[in-house]
Write a protein that binds this ligand. Structure first.
Ligand SMILES: C[S@@+](CC[C@H](N)C(=O)[O-])C[C@H]1O[C@@H](n2cnc3c(N)ncnc32)[C@H](O)[C@@H]1O
Length: 218
């Protein structure tokens, strides 16, 4: 049986309430549509913006930047807090495009994009990020690395720092029985259990779009 996370009419209603996006966000949405890229979208983008701004985040990390859509929301918060975004992306063409788009917006001084694989790069990064946005969960779970992603993120956060992970409800497929679930779903189910019982985190999962986990490091 297929389930929805939220009623599609509610999603449309929330989207319709969002103010029109400016030229750069509209262009990124259009490119993503043409290329079939997955982006957080305006409602979740605004959610990330407010989370980063409300906690006055200075050091932020995005794992899986694609062409910079969510990053644009985060950068708009970080510009106000005097912060900086570090981002990771394994596709070189996406890194190049994100860099061009962000430079055109005059935001390049607020970001450092690290090309490569998160599994190799995360251990090399600082350990005092205020805010980490993990947006590679589906691919990590598919590759059997979901728990590793979580366990590499937690040490990167300062005490009181916030980790946000996307796609934790995986199109509602997390409702499937674990033994019958495909690897990506089973990986996300295991990730959610670990996250909700993690000794260093206080967490909640909210059914926003594909499911968002918000965790605070104790
Ligand atoms: C869901 S998209 C991110 C969308 C982006 N956060 C946004 O909303 O604008 C995931 C991105 O993570 C990248 N990615 C997946 N696995 C990765 C890995 N092992 N290391 C680095 N990047 C990876 C993919 O290439 C893809 O661009």
């Amino acid at each position: 049986m297929r389930y929805d996370i939220t009623n599609i009419a509610i999603e449309d209603y929330l989207l319709d309430l969002m103010p029109p996006r400016d030229a750069v966000l509209t262009e990124l949405e259009e490119r993503a549509r043409i290329r079939g890229l997955s982006l957080v979208g305006p409602v979740q983008g605004q959610f990330l913006y407010l989370q980063a701004l409300n906690m006055n985040a200075r050091k932020a990390l995005e794992i899986g930047i694609t062409t910079g859509y969510a990053a644009m929301y985060l950068l708009r918060a970080l510009k106000q807090t005097g912060g900086h975004l570090t981002a990771i992306e394994r596709h070189a063409d996406r890194v190049q495009l994100a860099e061009e788009i962000i430079a055109n917006e005059g935001m390049n001084e607020y970001i450092t994009i690290c090309p490569g694989d998160w599994a190799e790069l995360l251990p090399t990064l600082d350990q005092d990020f205020d805010f980490v946005f993990l947006d590679v969960l589906r691919s990590a779970a598919n590759e059997g690395q979901a728990i590793q992603a979580l366990e590499l993120c937690v040490p990167r956060l300062r005490t009181g720092g916030v980790l946000i992970a996307d796609n934790v409800l995986c199109s509602a497929q997390v409702l499937e029985l674990e033994e019958d679930a495909p690897p990506v779903v089973r990986g996300i189910q295991e990730f959610n259990k670990r996250l909700m019982s993690h000794a260093q985190l206080e967490s909640v999962i909210i059914p926003l779009r594909d499911g968002v986990a918000i965790c605070r490091k104790k």
